[in-house]
Design a binder for this molecule. Structure first.
Ligand code: C2E
Ligand code: CA
Ligand code: CA
Length: 727
């Protein structure tokens, strides 16, 4: 088994050796020749050395042993150098021996020259028998092996110098290198071919690109040319006419008047231009219409406040330049609101139109009549020389407007209050002048309406005071400061209380109790009366009830009615409701109306009075005698009572006329079946006179002053049945 393994190992080793020798041909020479010669030389030296030690005396050995050692040393160096040369050869692939190999060869040469020297030294020792008896034969063997080894080493060096010293290198240089070279050449040829090809391609591409650029440039040029022509064409036929139309529109919007319509070459643009012209006309018309609307009053077609102000400013400039006067009239219709409230807005509108026409008819073409608002009108009179020139016109206006106005079936009588301001006498600023004329108008109203007034500086204070009073009255209304005082009306037949007249008072927080003359007009004019009348009627009703209860019989209460209230539908409805509800039993409510109230809208008043009369109220004609058409009024309406104004009563003893008048009134009233109340009876004589004339009732300080409900009730003693007079 062990032999088997050894055998296999040997076989394998042989295989390796064979393969090594094929690959490295010098191997065989080294193994088969040089190695044995080397071993032989070294072994022979060992043998000689041992012979010398054995055969020679110690003192003779030293020289021989030195010579043998030197030879061995030189031999070993030579062999080592050759081995290093072989090792070096393995490190160099090129066919040329390296520097390392060359230095080895020099060393080998050096030692190979030393070796024969030492051999010669040993031979002389042989000759002198200083190497024992084996010396001569041993030296011959040494010589031979030395020679053979030298020859083999030369062969080895030659082999190693040969390109085939290593078989793989031969394959490398003979087969692979040429193939590589070929491939390299092919590759560089391919490289060249590719370079050439790409150069050709680039040239071709450059050519194509250039052609393409030229084509694109050409197309672009033609495109631009085409667009330019198209633009020129479009510009001429479409764009320019549109732009010109747009410009004309812009000018139109900026108010340029002289606009030439743009020319048109195409049908479409011609249509556009035509449409523009049409639109321009329409815009002009609408503008004029709007302008007119913005500066005129739609109802009367008179200039409005804006236009009036413009004209006034213009007139002020001219007047300043020419040194002439301007008259400004401010007109306000008296009690217009009542017409509106009672007869409706349509009648009110008609009335305003007629007033406008009458004013227009009275003025010159150069004057401006304007409607400032509601029932306010203004007249601008230019080019006058003195203030008094305004008087005839103002009088004509008052007169013209007082003429009855017929609207539908109504016959209306209207008056106007006029304020006049003069420029530059009163002011030279338009707004101030309007304000002054307004103040003068207000003053005319305060002084009884239906009149004209020239503006004066004092008016400003009066008007300011009036306005302050108005404000005070408004807050007094809110605070409930108005109340009724009651004044007895006594029957002359039995001396007993017949009725109490309700007279309004203002319980002022600082000024105390104020009489109607202070506040009544304002309450009436502003319409504030309508908001307090209900509370006042409640007071009258309560007073009547208390008094009736105390005296045990029905006592009447009389209430004064202004035209304003009679024309207020809400008030009329409320009063009729109270009567229907029997809040005032039959005959226990007397409504006092002045002739002044009846002069207006008699028909409407008639209807209302008839209704309240039918519901059991009595109607008294108040302040009889001071009015203008008293007698006709007596005929027109069936009054229950006539109250003779206290002015006549106070004069019955001093003025025979008044005495006759009082007598006549009493007789006349009786003739119409009406009873008579003498107002303001203060003295026994007055009492005696009216009693003698057959007067039915008296009212006056003689029988009782107005006092609050509590006082009146308290002072009437139930026992006397309310007797206030001895009959
Ligand atoms: P009128 O209707 O003629 O009322 C009578 C006025 O004469 C009252 O004045 C009264 O105080 C006063 N008087 C009565 N007896 C005498 C007398 O012997 N001598 C004098 N000198 N005067 C006497 P008053 O209260 O100042 O009222 C004044 C006017 O105010 C009233 O006159 C009436 O027209 C009006 N008035 C008063 N209250 C109202 C009211 O509630 N509504 C309306 N519409 N008018 C009223
Ligand atoms: Ca009265
Ligand atoms: Ca009266």
């Amino acid at each position: 088994m062990r032999n088997d393994c050894m055998q296999r190992l040997l076989n394998w080793w042989k295989c390796v050796q064979t393969w090594m020798e094929r690959w490295f041909p010098a191997m065989r020479l080294m193994r088969e020749q040089m190695l044995p010669h080397n071993q032989a030389v070294l072994s022979e030296l060992d043998t000689i050395h041992a012979e010398v030690r054995e055969a020679l005396e110690p003192e003779e050995q030293l020289e021989a042993i030195n010579a043998i050692s030197s030879l061995r040393h030189a031999w070993n160096n030579m062999v080592s150098e050759l081995r290093l040369l072989v090792a070096n050869r393995f490190g160099v692939f090129s066919s040329e021996a390296s520097a390392g190999m060359r230095s080895r060869m020099v060393n080998i040469g050096y030692y190979s020259e030393e070796v024969p020297g030492y051999l010669q030294t040993l031979r002389t020792m042989v000759d002198s028998n200083r190497l024992g008896f084996i010396g001569p034969e041993a030296l011959d063997v040494l010589d031979r092996h030395h020679r053979d080894w030298i020859n083999a080493s030369k062969q080895l060096i030659t082999l190693l110098d040969n390109p085939g010293w290593r078989v793989d290198l031969v394959i490398l240089t003979e087969s692979i290198d040429p193939l590589l070279e070929k491939m390299r050449q092919r590759l560089s040829a391919l490289d060249l071919e590719l370079d050439k090809q790409s150069a050709q391609d680039i040239t071709q591409l450059t050519k194509t690109a250039r052609t393409l650029s030229f084509s694109i440039l050409g197309i672009a040029f033609f495109g631009i040319l085409l667009i330019t022509f198209a633009y020129i064409f479009l510009n001429r036929t479409l764009l320019r006419p549109i732009a010109e139309t747009a410009m004309a529109l812009k000018q139109e919007a900026q108010g340029v008047l002289d606009i030439t319509p743009p020319p048109a070459s195409l049908q479409e643009t011609a249509n556009l231009v035509e449409a523009f012209n049409e639109m321009r006309k329409q815009v002009h018309m609408r503008q004029q219409h709007l302008d007119h609307m913005a500066h005129h009053d739609a109802l009367t077609r008179l200039p409005n406040r804006v236009l009036f102000r413009d004209r006034l400013e213009h007139a002020l400039k001219i007047a300043a330049r020419e040194g002439r006067l301007i008259g400004l009239m401010f007109l306000d219709l008296d009690r217009f609101k009542q017409v509106n409230d009672s007869l409706g807005h349509l009648v009110g509108d008609e009335l305003l139109k007629i007033v406008a026409e009458r004013l227009r008819a009275l003025t010159r073409e150069s004057d401006t009549v304007a409607r400032l608002s509601g029932d306010e009108f203004a007249v601008l009179v230019e080019g006058i020389n003195e203030r008094d020139d305004m008087i005839p016109l103002a009088e004509k206006m008052l007169e013209a407007l007082e003429q009855p106005i017929e609207i539908a079936e109504h016959e209306l009588r209207i008056t106007v209050s006029v304020g006049i301001a003069m420029a530059p006498l009163d002011d030279v600023v338009a707004d101030n002048l309007i304000r002054d004329a307004d103040t003068a108008m207000y003053s005319a109203k305060q002084q009884g309406r239906a009149a004209y007034r020239f503006f004066t500086d004092e008016m400003t204070h009066v008007v300011a005071e009036s306005l302050q009073l108005e404000n005070e009255i408004r807050s007094a209304v809110e605070n409930g400061e108005f109340l009724f005082h009651f004044q007895p009306v006594v029957s002359l037949r039995n001396g007993e209380l017949y009725c109490c007249e309700a007279l309004m008072r203002w319980q002022h927080s600082e000024k105390g109790l104020l009489a109607p003359e202070v506040f009544l007009d304002v309450l009436d004019d502003t319409g504030l009366i309508t908001s307090i009348i209900d509370t006042l009627l409640d007071q009258a009703s309560n007073h009547r009830e208390k008094l009736s209860k105390k005296l045990g019989r029905e006592i009447a209460v009389s209430v004064n009615l202004s035209a304003r209230l009679m024309n207020d539908p809400a008030f009329c409805r409320g009063l009729l409701k109270r009567l229907v509800a029997r809040e005032f039993p039959l005959g226990s409510l007397v409504l006092e109306i002045t002739e002044d109230t009846l002069t207006r809208e008699l028909a409407e008043a008639n209807e209302f009075l008839q209704q309240v009369k039918n519901l059991g109220a009595k109607i008294a004609l108040d302040d009889f005698g001071v009015g203008q058409a008293s007698l006709s009024h007596l005929r027109q309406f069936p009054f229950d009572l006539v109250k003779i104004d206290r002015d006549f009563i106070s004069n019955v003893h001093s003025d025979a006329n008044d005495a006759n008048l009082v007598r006549a009134i009493i007789q006349l009233a009786h003739a119409f079946g009406m009873q008579v109340v003498a107002e303001g009876v203060e003295t026994e004589q007055q009492l005696a006179f009216v009693r003698a004339q057959g007067c039915d009732y008296i009212q006056g300080y003689l029988v009782g002053v107005p006092a609050d409900s509590g006082q009146v009730v308290a002072c009437l003693s139930a026992g006397q049945n309310g007797s206030l007079l001895a009959t």
